[in-house]
Design a protein around this ligand. Structure first.
Ligand SMILES: [Zn+2]
Length: 333
């Protein structure tokens, strides 16, 4: 089932929330299409927040009708209802295109939402989901045609999407929802200093009065420090570099590679800088050379200190740069 697997969840949430605001602000007579859209949007947001992957954001027609307070007795009636009103939804957007695109451009939204459905195959029901249409589709298409004329080799540029915002185990939540401000900011800076001072004192103790006790104490304390260091390193890295690879114990075995990113919240510190929180996220791409999945990993050797995109099928050759802000990259070899 091909659905939203190439949709970027950041863009999906941004677009949908913006259009939702637009519909709430403008009173129009066509309520049913908007009700269907908002019901589908609610279900989508709940699923994203529950940590589902973008390809799971598809919903049964009957559930959508129930959610929109237009209950239908069976699947066929619900499907008809949605199919009818999604045309109304597209028309609503089309009729107000100028206003909608203006509202979108003010907030940097590059897409328009549309209600799509999966193909019903082999007795499976068709499921509905929110798809995104680029506002500049026509222009992009023309540019693509032009560049393709000269490109005989496959493209070496890659585009990443946020495919999932996985949920964290409850016990690990405090590590992510830790807003770095006030005393927490100081402890974040002072903890490594305290650890260093302790290590130095232990070293002095061993230097001037070495004994079995001093050695055992040193080993135990150093191991505890090292354990904490290993445990917290990805979080420090995410705070400093805005993005890091999430440790395996945080994401479980089902996920291949996830990242921790530092995002701005609306709140500001006294200095005027926005307070940041950490968020678990999965960036993904399709390899432009072979079409297999590209995941984000730590760069090694020449790419040490960087995060790079590695192709599942050819991890030595199909190596791409990774920028989590622009979500773009290019072939590195
Ligand atoms: Zn590849």
């Amino acid at each position: 089932m091909i659905a939203n697997d190439q949709v970027d969840l950041d863009e999906l949430v941004k677009t949908c929330k913006r259009i939702e605001k637009y519909f709430v602000q403008t009173s129009n007579t066509e309520r049913k299409p908007v009700e269907i859209y908002l019901a589908l949007l609610n279900k989508t947001i709940v699923y994203i927040e529950a940590g589902h992957s973008s390809c799971d954001l598809v919903f049964d027609a009957k559930d959508i009708c129930d959610e929109s307070f237009n209950p239908k007795e069976d699947y066929a009636a619900a499907k008809d209802f949605i199919t009818r009103h999604r045309k109304g939804f597209d028309k609503l957007i089309k009729d107000n295109l100028e206003e909608v695109t203006h509202v979108c451009s003010l907030e940097g939204v590059k897409y328009l939402p549309t209600i799509k459905n999966t193909e019903s195959q082999g007795g499976h029901k068709a499921l509905f989901y929110i798809g995104l249409l680029p506002i500049l589709d026509k222009i992009n298409h023309q540019i693509e045609l032009k560049t393709n004329e000269f490109a005989s080799e496959p493209s070496t540029l890659i585009e990443y999407v946020v495919a999932q915002l996985p949920k964290t185990e409850t016990w690990a939540k405090f590590l992510l929802n830790f807003k770095v401000s006030g005393w927490k900011l100081y402890s974040y800076v002072t903890l490594p200093i305290i650890a260093l001072v302790c290590c130095y004192l232990l070293l002095l103790w061993n230097y001037f009065a070495v004994s079995t006790a001093s050695l055992i104490y040193s080993i135990i304390i150093m191991s505890v420090f090292y354990m904490f260091y290993a445990l917290l390193k990805p979080f420090y890295e995410a705070m400093n570099n805005r993005i890091a690879i999430a440790p395996n114990w945080l994401i479980g075995i089902k996920v291949n590679s996830a990242q921790i990113r530092s995002i701005r919240t609306e709140e500001k510190r006294a200095s005027g800088k926005p307070i940041r929180v950490l968020q678990l996220v999965i960036y993904q791409a399709t390899c432009p050379i072979c079409g297999n999945e590209v995941s984000i990993e730590h760069g090694k050797h020449a790419y040490k200190g960087r995060l790079i995109g590695l192709c599942d099928e050819s991890p030595r050759e199909h190596v791409f740069s990774f920028d989590h802000v622009t979500k773009k990259g290019k072939l590195l070899r």
